[in-house]
Design a protein around this ligand. Sequence first.
Ligand SMILES: Cc1cc2c(cc1C)N(C[C@H](O)[C@H](O)[C@H](O)COP(=O)(O)O)c1[nH]c(=O)[nH]c(=O)c1N2
Length: 248
Amino acid sequence: MEKKDPQHQDQLFFSDDERHGLYKTIFNRRDVRGQFKPDPIPDDVLSRVLYAAHHAPSVGFMQPWNFVVVRSQQVKQNVHSAFVEANDKAADLFETEKSKTYRSLKLEGILESPVNICITCDRQRTGPNVIGRTSMKEMDLYSSVCAVQNFWLAARAEGLGVGWVSIVERKALKEALAIPSDIVPIAYLCVGYVSHFFDKPELETAGWLKRTPLDDLLYFDQWGEQRNTEEDTLVSQVVDDKHFPGEW
Ligand SMILES: Cc1cc2c(cc1C)N(C[C@H](O)[C@H](O)[C@H](O)COP(=O)(O)O)c1[nH]c(=O)[nH]c(=O)c1N2
């Protein structure tokens, strides 16, 4: 019989406190635009968060990302100008009532946050053939998005706010950061300590959209096949858990 390693169970399962910590991080993460404080981010903190991003899964382990750490006020100013230009155009795309709300929203914290970070994707990083990217070519882009999410969650666990700014033309962003033509900018993130984190998405509070009930999004075996609480115990569990993590 295989000898039981006493540490084995600990490696398989996290303790209740550890699990709580993870869910707390996930459910308390917010997109931050307006509550940044200028306080510098210590190198050891930012280094840990960058390591978390670097340990994201990636297709064929290609690790297609780079992290452009932007601290220069001039570079931030250039990105901000690109945002202002794109944001003006964006507001016109929504019908009159929504356009008014749109213009009242704060959608970036580029200048107020002490550090901005651009996470990129080098689509050629490990050559043309990558394990897992042979059929669906966009998997490398998704890998860099995984790095973004790791970054966002680790930052939250460190008490740092992160705001993703995507209202900027790709060309303008690449110019501002001198990103070569074959590198794709995936996310431009504003990062810093904050005065507070909101408990709900700002767009929800502003009445833009509500969170969709999870059970509306569940299909079984085939696209569009929904089940109700009587038909499937998972559906009733999901409905019961609608306040998760709540007091869990
Ligand atoms: C790919 C992508 C791109 C953007 C965003 C997110 C993601 C995933 N979000 C943040 C977005 O509005 C926010 O995540 C949702 O409103 C949900 O809120 P919480 O992130 O839960 O606070 C975002 N927010 C913003 O103010 N300006 C922006 O340009 C963007 N762009």
